[in-house]
Design a binder for this molecule. Structure first.
Ligand code: NOJ
Length: 559
């Protein structure tokens, strides 16, 4: 049944079937969260042990990044087996225990699903390599003959998202060089052929498998790439629009209209459950096309990465919020807000660097220089990140938080090359550092070999300065970032109301002031000078007030 969008927009968030509409969702990158068995890798039991921490934090749901068996060619986004748990992370029984512990604590669970590609160790891909050209096994992936006299040239000059060619040549079972397969990401991540009904059926089985185990929702990786038009002649790379610039569904693989047929099928499956399973699309598409993924007949929600890509700037923030809430009115899908995740430089660091647009802005140069150029103002970055996060938590829609941001963690730049893991580092020598710096295991205590993460050194080295950000340290500290998030999340729960917002115009355009229908005000001062506060009771502020005024780079909630 399709619920009219108007009903959804005004639905009360505490009703179970709509829990996700205004949820605070905390992303766990499992291998870097908590290591229960001392092997240096975070695991499922580690998460279960930290459920009291998550409950105290006050989040509504966990989004768990891939925990499936994987060679970790791409941090687990190279999945060997979609219906199992990586042995190093635990067992299916451990998973079930984690689900129960989360549910007992009133926390929902969203798991990551990676449908665009498997790993090259997946049983189907191994079978494809062992089978001849034209076989049914090869039809589950995208195999093509090469060009040139002996097929020695790739079928096209397309580049992988991670750099380098998007096609790789295989060795046929008889030892000769043979066909090529498409991998939009790393070589170890062959793309599935979604024209193949077997692929479709298998993913339905996977979605059912986890839904039956009590999973409440799914985050869909690269949701916009599943359908492909690979009819010859394949266009030249230079003639193809960029990922989020295509607006008419005609790109050979990004954001094709047919992809929504798949999600309509998934929605039918999700709606068989009570409450229906939720889904959020990771789709780096043009803003005008995002709503297609988010509509009720589709996945229901799509990530809006606009704030994450924006500079810390009052005008840009206001435009982004206004545009996305207007979009939400049209689609009926709640907006999503996010500043940090496992793919980008942490926002505390981005905001401590000079302004600049883009996914990582000037942080790219900073990373490449080993953290020296431009100069990072750590304190300013933290202050701004706290202000921005408090602003985000007052917005209607759901907020996605990334593990460690509640500690105000900064990006780690000092990782020796020999410890780096991200394929973008290996595929772009000298021009990309990769995403390992936001994936360094969390500091739980100020002391200990892995700062409380586990009993042995963590799989990515933690810098010495991490200890001052440790959970145990912040729990004892007045005004800590952890304290701010806990207080803000508790208040947010009690204050959440209809999915509406009204801007209150301030004389200073550097001050963003909005009010929710129940009189919950949020005011952020992006200007350098303190500004007067509106009348009312200040519930919380991201930095101490200055003689009753709102200082620079500070957000306050007022009722
Ligand atoms: C998006 C994920 O967030 C990223 O970490 C991954 O590398 C790519 N998809 C490929 O799966």
């Amino acid at each position: 049944m399709t619920i009219p969008s108007q009903t959804l927009v005004t639905a009360h968030p505490v009703q179970d079937a709509t829990w996700w509409r205004q949820a605070a969702v905390y992303q766990i990158y499992p291998r870097s969260f908590s290591d229960s068995n001392g092997d240096g890798l975070g695991d499922i039991r580690g998460i279960t042990a930290k459920v009291p921490y998550l409950q105290r934090l006050g989040i509504d749901a966990v989004w768990l990044s891939p925990f499936y068996p994987s060679a970790l060619a791409d941090g687990g986004y190279d999945v060997d087996d979609y219906r199992n748990v990586d042995r190093r992370l635990g067992t299916l029984d451990d998973f079930d225990e984690m689900v129960s512990a989360l549910h007992d604590a009133g926390i929902k669970l969203i798991v990551d699903i990676v449908p665009n590609h498997s790993s090259n160790r997946h049983a189907w891909f191994r079978e494809a390599l062992a089978s001849p050209k034209g076989s049914a096994a090869r039809e589950r992936y995208i195999f093509r003959d090469g060009k040139g006299t002996n097929g020695e040239l790739p079928p096209s000059d397309w580049e992988s998202v991670f750099g380098g060619p998007a096609w790789d040549r295989v060795t046929e079972p008889d030892g000769t060089s043979g066909q090529w397969y498409l991998h939009l990401f790393a070589t170890e991540q062959p793309d599935f052929n979604w024209e193949n009904p077997e692929v479709r059926q298998d993913f339905l089985k996977t979605l059912r498998f986890w839904s039956d185990r009590g999973v409440d929702g799914f985050r869909i990786d690269v949701a916009h790439a599943l359908m492909k038009d690979l009819r010859e002649p394949l266009p030249a790379w230079a003639d193809m629009p960029a990922e989020d610039e295509t607006t008419d569904g005609t790109h050979p693989f990004w954001d094709r209209d047919e992809v929504h047929e798949i999600y309509a099928g998934w929605r039918a499956l999700f709606n068989e459950y009570d409450p229906p399973r939720t889904a959020v699309a990771e789709a780096w598409v043009h803003a005008d096309r995002r709503g297609r993924y988010a509509r009720a007949e589709g996945l229901g929600q799509a990530f809006n990465f606009d704030l994450l890509q924006s500079a810390y700037d009052a005008g840009q923030f206001r435009e982004i919020i206004t545009r996305n809430l207007a979009e939400s009115e049209v689609t009926g899908a709640p907006s999503t807000w996010v500043f940090s995740n496992h793919d980008v430089v942490r926002h505390a660091t981005r905001y401590g660097l000079p302004k600049g647009p883009g996914r990582n802005g000037p942080a790219h140069a900073w990373l490449m220089s080993g953290g020296t150029e431009p100069v990072l103002d750590r304190e300013l970055g933290t202050r701004r990140a706290r202000a921005a996060s408090l602003l985000m938590l007052a917005l209607p829609g759901s907020s996605y938080l990334y593990q460690g941001e509640e500690l105000g963690l900064h990006e780690v730049v000092e990782i020796p090359d020999t410890d780096r893991q991200d394929p973008t580092f290996f595929r772009n020598p000298g021009s990309e550092i990769g995403r390992d710096g936001c994936r360094v295991p969390l500091p739980w205590t100020a002391e200990g070999v892995a700062l409380g993460f586990g009993a042995t050194a963590a799989h990515l080295p933690q810098p010495a300065w991490f200890s001052s950000y440790a959970v145990a340290v912040q729990e004892e500290q007045d005004g800590s970032t952890l304290g701010l998030y806990r207080e803000a999340l508790a208040l947010r729960r009690s204050l959440q109301s209809d999915e509406q917002l009204k801007w209150v115009d301030e004389p200073n355009a550097q001050v963003l002031h909005f009010v929710r229908p129940n009189g919950w005000h949020s005011v952020t001062n992006f200007a350098p000078e303190p500004v007067p506060l509106p009348a009312g009771t200040v519930l919380i502020s991201s930095s101490p007030l200055a003689e009753g005024k709102l200082p620079a780079d500070t957000t306050a909630w007022i009722i």
